[in-house]
Write a protein that binds this ligand. Structure first.
Ligand SMILES: Nc1ncnc2c1ncn2[C@@H]1O[C@H](COP(=O)(O)OP(=O)(O)O)[C@@H](O)[C@H]1O
Ligand SMILES: [Mg+2]
Length: 459
């Protein structure tokens, strides 16, 4: 058994959830869950009762000013004239006026033969956003996005911390040029070097410059001073899926399916560019203001045409071939998709052990998974095919690639091309005020005193 040493990424928050396998509901869910508890009954995608809200969906789509659709104009260096604050805030209004803090599952899954009215409203720029919707269609070569301006710390007003990680922290910042809000990931060079992550850090920037997809974070640019590296990204306002999951304890089947489907599209796209992500987990999945996912943290993403050996990831989510130091490939992302779906449905990961990461690795290598009785049979079937130790037999890693995952019965009612256009309403709309730097959905962290922007010797 290997020690992950420097490459180990600690799961900083309790990932245990409840291990009460038999309880179909939880008391917390009734009182605290931000997701209305009735959804699992009424929004079963198979029951055909999921179409309520279609009309509001078309209104919403019309108003949508998605970050990806404003991609050209929301460069932090561009003065903002064409987007009055009101336009930006409109998307959140239909929900917030009537039901702030009482988000509910909306028409989660549209059947393909239902009205297409709302798809007509879908922003045309989104469909050209590079989603490799047709599995296997992506043969495009990744090209580096050239970021427009040269940024420096002076262009931004640094505000509170949104998250902390192994190498630094992520701040909410406001551009002094266009007054928009962004998230800046600050990596301490000393820490990066100490943890021997220089290559990965370079990869993070390079990978993010190559990707453009509705469910992936947008990187606007990078800069550095003598102590730190800075990466300017869109600020994704709705917080981590991790927080929502812990508050909800676990997600109803259709809710987990919605998030899993968006992740699957993102993986399909990344893999079509030969990029493996390697750090799938709810902490790295952010919710945008409409409740759609954005995958952040490309710290371990890597371009790998065939096979790699690097040991990295988060203990709970590591595939057995990584734990056993075998060569691996895209297969690891499909394994961790399985772990993610399991965690969303159960509230805890299948190999979790409170004792130590070592115990978790032992469990992963043993490979025994206990499926709680409340897991839908289709979901369990998919999980068994994803959480398969033999990577040559793992779904997603077979001849059909991601298509095999997308055509699995659990995803039967997902209309993938509509999902890729965000034309399917998210099950939960975060209660945020859009466009005003509302970080209320993020945990609070003690702020650091050391000022950024140091000049002098570069360690
Ligand atoms: N673009 C973003 N918008 C809002 N919050 C973000 C963004 N990127 C990261 N965060 C927050 O910061 C946390 C740490 O960032 P991440 O890139 O995952 O760093 P690490 O590699 O240290 O895990 C995330 O879990 C998330 O809560
Ligand atoms: Mg992270």
């Amino acid at each position: 058994m290997p020690t992950l040493g420097f490459l180990k990424k600690k799961r900083t928050k309790d990932s245990s959830g409840s291990k009460d396998l038999d309880s179909p509901t939880s008391p917390i869910k009734e009182t605290l869950s931000p997701i209305t508890p009735t959804i699992s009954k009424t929004s079963d995608p198979l029951s055909g009762t999921t179409k309520a809200g279609t009309s509001s969906s078309s209104t919403e789509s019309t108003n949508t000013q998605d970050s990806s659709s404003t991609a050209k104009t929301s460069d932090p260096m561009t003065y903002q004239q064409s987007y009055p604050a009101q336009v930006q805030q409109r998307p959140a209004e239909p929900y917030q006026q009537s039901q702030q803090n009482v988000p509910s599952i909306r028409n989660l899954i549209h059947h393909s033969n239902t009205t297409n009215a709302s798809s007509a409203h879908a922003d045309s720029t989104q469909s050209s956003n590079g989603g490799a919707v047709t599995p296997g269609s992506g043969t495009a070569q990744p090209q580096l996005r050239v970021t427009k301006g040269k940024y420096s710390l002076g262009d931004f007003q640094v505000q509170r911390t949104l998250g902390t990680g192994s190498f630094g922290r992520v701040h909410l910042v406001q551009s002094k040029h266009n007054q928009r809000y962004y998230a800046v990931k600050v990596l301490k060079k000393a820490q990066v070097v100490k943890m021997k992550q220089v290559e990965h850090t370079n990869d993070e920037r390079r990978m993010l410059q190559k990707v453009k997809h509705p469910f992936l974070i947008t990187l606007w640019g990078t800069f550095q001073d003598s102590k730190n590296l800075y990466m300017v990204m869109d600020f994704v306002e709705g917080g981590e899926l991790f927080s929502l999951l812990r508050k909800s304890q676990r997600f109803p089947n259709p809710v987990a399916k919605f998030y899993a489907a968006e992740v699957t599209l993102a993986l399909d796209y990344l893999h079509s560019l030969n990029i493996i992500y390697r750090d799938l987990k709810p902490e790295n999945l952010l919710l945008d203001r409409h409740g759609h996912l954005k995958i952040t943290d490309f710290g371990f993403a890597k371009e790998v045409p065939d096979i790699t050996w690097t040991l990295c990831g988060t203990p709970d989510y590591l595939a057995p071939e990584v734990v056993a130091s075998k060569g691996y490939n895209k297969s690891v992302d499909w394994w961790s998709l399985g772990i993610l779906i399991f965690e969303m449905l159960c509230g805890f990961t299948p190999f979790w052990d409170g004792g130590s990461p070592m115990k978790i690795y032992e469990n992963i290598l043993k490979g025994r998974v206990k499926y709680p009785p409340y897991i839908h049979p289709d979901a369990q079937d998919l999980l068994q095919k994803l959480i398969t130790a033999d990577m040559t037999k793992r779904l997603g890693n077979l001849h059909g690639g991601s298509k095999d995952v997308m055509t699995h019965p659990w995803f039967a009612e997902v209309t993938w091309d509509r999902l890729s256009k965000k034309d399917i309403d998210a099950p939960y709309v975060p209660p945020v005020r859009a466009g005003v730097g509302d970080a209320s959905q993020f945990d609070k962290y003690p702020e650091e005193t050391e000022a950024y922007g140091a000049t002098g010797d570069d360690p």
